[in-house]
Design a protein around this ligand. Structure first.
Ligand code: UD1
Length: 318
């Protein structure tokens, strides 16, 4: 279905964007990717840049005229690029808002202007905020508790408004804690990459709080699968949870990671809980299963095994 499609991927040099680009190219699509290289890395595009069907534009989604220009011939936009860190959004709420909200409005405006068939938006489970009612279904109240979650919810609302007012085909995918190859080891990255980095440097794993927080860690290939299905299926104006559907506590994740790397000698240190963190996150994925035929292929253990083997082959935590 994606063969010869002209696709724009925002945040293409990032962790999720680059994995998505590789798969789209494998399926025969033509991909233009934009990235401001804030979080992204050129290393992530090694595969993509080998073929002639990929073009990288170094630029920012806050730049409307640039977006308008590069999306002239585009059929599908995967809007993946974002300000992604919850703690960093507390330090820089204005930047988070400018990228995640104004950047998203730019995408929607160019999609309208250039008659783009469909826009698929990478949203986040953080729009739900804290709730005792689990698993999370798409129709539950959304009460984000961080500037990041708030910005993603605003992005979603703009997607929905453009769908309702202009009939633009939009799909919102709410990701649940994505992990896997190319996730960066940086203080503002996801916990799995941070902990693997610490294991490599023989440092203790740090858990914020008592470690009973849980997350529905989702392997990046399953997130890519969700995006491809959203692009192919005749569905629009909908929101889908994209998760593994099997949560794990931070304590258990730490133990699993130490077991898989054979590093039970390393310590686990608990510090204060992190402000803005939700306690539990667990996706009900039945809507994506029913309407998109989305079936996750990985659980945390199989995903971690594949991720660790990728790291040992690539020796790469870019
Ligand atoms: C993550 C993503 C966010 C995404 C959301 C839902 C990142 C940086 N954030 O947010 O973009 O929208 O999932 O898909 O990828 N923790 C520790 N020790 C550490 C680091 C984290 O205990 O060294 C804990 C945190 O307190 C939290 C959990 O691990 O309880 C997950 O944190 P993190 O990986 O930063 O992800 P989210 O904040 O859930």
């Amino acid at each position: 279905m994606l063969k010869d499609k002209r696709i724009l991927i925002t945040g293409v040099a990032g962790f999720i964007g680059s994995n998505l680009a590789d798969r789209c190219l494998e399926l025969g699509a033509n991909v233009i990717g934009i990235d401001n290289m804030f979080n992204g890395s050129i290393h992530n595009l090694k595969n993509a840049q080998q073929g002639k069907d990929f073009q990288l534009v170094k630029g920012d989604i806050r730049d409307y005229s640039l977006l308008l220009e590069i999306s002239k011939e585009i059929e599908i936009i995967y809007h993946v690029g974002a300000f992604t860190s919850v703690p960093q959004s507390i330090i820089m709420p204005e930047t988070c808002n400018a990228v995640n909200v104004n950047g998203t409005i730019n995408i929607l405006n160019v999609a309208r202007k250039n008659d783009i068939e469909k826009v698929i938006f990478s949203s986040s489970s953080s729009v739900y905020g804290d709730t005792n009612k689990l698993p999370l279904t798409e129709d539950m109240p959304r009460n984000p508790i961080s500037p990041y979650g708030t910005s993603k919810l605003a992005g979603e609302s703009y997607m929905q408004s453009f769908h309702h007012i202009y009939g633009l085909k939009t799909i919102i995918l709410r990701y649940f804690n994505v992990f896997g190859p190319r996730q960066k080891d940086s203080p503002y990255s996801g916990v799995t990459a941070i902990w693997i980095g610490r294991i490599q440097r023989n440092e203790p794993l740090v858990i914020f709080g008592n470690g009973e927080n849980s997350r529905d860690f989702t392997y990046v290939k399953d997130v890519v699968q969700g995006n491809l299905l959203a692009g192919e299926k005749n569905v629009s104006g909908e929101i889908f949870n994209i998760g593994a559907g099997s949560p794990i506590s931070l304590n258990n994740l730490a133990a699993l990671l130490l077991r898989l790397t054979n590093r039970q000698d390393l310590l686990i240190k608990h510090t204060d809980p992190r402000p803005g963190d939700i306690i539990h996150s667990y996706a009900d994925i039945s809507k994506a299963k029913n309407q998109l035929d989305f079936i996750p292929q990985y659980d945390q253990k199989s995903g971690l095994k594949e991720y660790l083997s990728w790291i040992s082959k690539n020796n790469d935590m870019t």
